[in-house]
Write a protein that binds this ligand. Structure first.
Ligand code: UD1
Length: 419
């Protein structure tokens, strides 16, 4: 098990080039399974989750070659429809292959996916949606066996009770080669869904309305290969903004996705952190001590404040002037990072879905454990802003989503090493 050793106190300054989005890359890699040809994915981040997706593709009979910033996937040899348990457990996004495998093979065997522990993360909406598209589902020795008797899913109208990102993506993946028209009402509107749809359209899919609550998909017979550039990662972008806000200094984030990061930017600007936007660059500058936020920070589906940036913003507000209040509305257990912050000297009280953060003048290093991907990144930010040295364990969580994290942080002047 590897750890980060981080010594805080340095102001972080410099430039970073934003990596491609993990939450786009994973469903797009699943989408490549639908294509009987070669897909070249540019800006594909090099992450453990991407390696997991690649292992799934290999297991399904596809060739997947990952090199720096590029994934080349050739699914012409697709031969299997089963994902073994150990690969399903590596990440939540393994479930995204369900729609794609059904779309290509008409049958699939999967199991309950793994991923960050953010509370109960059922897949009931995924399964119910597949059933509406003609998929029969049964339990065989604890595995989920999905089968389309006619071999091809059919279009239908699906109204989601909640705009689930993964469910919306799974329906799209199953619907693009289904027979007829599929309509998703109350679809998730996250930018990564538009990125998936843009990729699928490049492969010949007919999709309209992504980015809005009603998505209409007209099934086509076949998809063809393409070259596609994955969008920049808005959550990693928010991480570097918060890092500057927490440590002081100045940062230029290049290849940024400004409008997609806007829900985070508009909140952090209220803390007094200077943000200047130009083309696809974000310039961040922290001057005086941050101010606590007057309004409660409520996590909501896009375009609301993203749940994935809740811990990240909190790490910057631990030492702000005044009290900030968070309300986590997406996951029922997404405050596990707060124990580590408290160990570092933060004043945080959690009551159900609400966390009250009373700003303290400073925090100190401690021995702490990463609890999940974004919570772990938030702990790195806190450690960089703390007095003294922090030993952060379980950093495999962070490696799931941040490319060459310690190299980037070191290049900005942060004292961090892996051991
Ligand atoms: C995706 C993102 C994750 C982000 C989340 C919310 C990826 C790879 N992951 O996760 O980073 O935090 O969106 O923006 O893109 N739910 C059910 N039943 C279901 C499906 C979901 O009850 O069948 C619930 C979940 O438990 C959760 C809520 O719906 O409480 C939102 O989940 P969802 O939008 O599906 O998130 P993910 O796709 O898992």
């Amino acid at each position: 098990m590897q750890n980060f050793v981080i010594t805080g106190g340095n102001r972080l300054s410099g430039e970073i080039n934003l990596q491609g989005s993990k939450n786009s890359a994973l469903p797009i890699m699943a989408g490549a399974f639908l294509v009987s040809g070669e897909c070249v994915l540019k800006s594909c981040p090099v992450l453990t989750d991407v390696y997991s997706a690649s292992r799934i593709l290999n297991r399904l009979g596809c060739k997947c070659r990952l090199s720096s910033g590029e994934a080349v996937i050739d699914s012409s040899g697709a031969s299997s429809f089963e994902i073994p348990d150990e690969l399903m457990r590596e990440m939540r996004s393994s479930i995204m292959f369900m729609g794609a495998i059904l779309g290509r093979m008409g049958e699939c065997i999967v199991s309950i996916p793994g991923g960050c522990e953010l509370g109960s993360r059922p897949i009931d909406m995924h399964l119910a949606s597949m059933q509406k598209m003609g998929v029969e589902i049964s339990d065989i020795n604890g595995k989920i066996h999905c089968r389309i008797p006619s071999g091809r899913a059919h279009g239908t109208k699906i109204s989601l009770s909640f705009p689930s990102v993964g469910t919306t993506e799974n329906i799209i993946l199953c619907a693009v080669t289904a027979k007829g028209e599929t309509i998703i009402n109350n679809a998730a509107r996250e930018p990564e869904i538009c990125d998936l749809c843009n990729f699928l359209r490049c492969c010949g899919a007919e999709i309209k309305g992504d980015g809005e609550s009603r998505i209409v998909i007209n099934g086509v017979e076949k998809l063809h290969g393409c070259e596609y550039t994955i969008m920049p990662d808005r959550i990693v972008c928010a991480t570097y903004i918060a890092m500057t806000a927490a440590t002081g200094g100045e940062m230029i984030i290049k290849n940024a996705c400004i409008s997609e990061t806007e829900p985070f930017i508009s909140v952090i600007e209220q803390t007094g952190c200077g943000i200047y936007l130009a083309d696809n660059r974000i310039y961040v500058r922290k001057g005086a001590r941050l101010r606590a936020l007057k309004d409660r920070i409520r996590t909501m589906p896009y375009p609301g404040f993203p749940t994935d940036t809740q811990a990240i913003l909190m790490s910057a507000l631990i030492t702000a002037d005044g009290t900030s209040v968070f309300e986590e509305n997406i996951f029922d257990c997404r405050y596990r990072h707060t124990d580590a912050f408290v160990k570092m000297g933060a004043d945080i009280q959690v009551m159900g879905k609400v966390a009250v953060v009373r700003g303290v003048p400073e925090i100190h290093g401690a021995d702490i454990e990463a609890t999940d991907l974004r919570g772990g990144a938030a702990m790195v930010i806190a450690a960089l802003s703390a007095e003294g040295t922090t030993h952060l364990s379980n950093i495999y969580h962070i490696d799931r989503g941040y490319e060459k994290f310690e190299e980037a942080v070191s290049s900005l002047g942060g004292k961090i090493r892996r051991e």
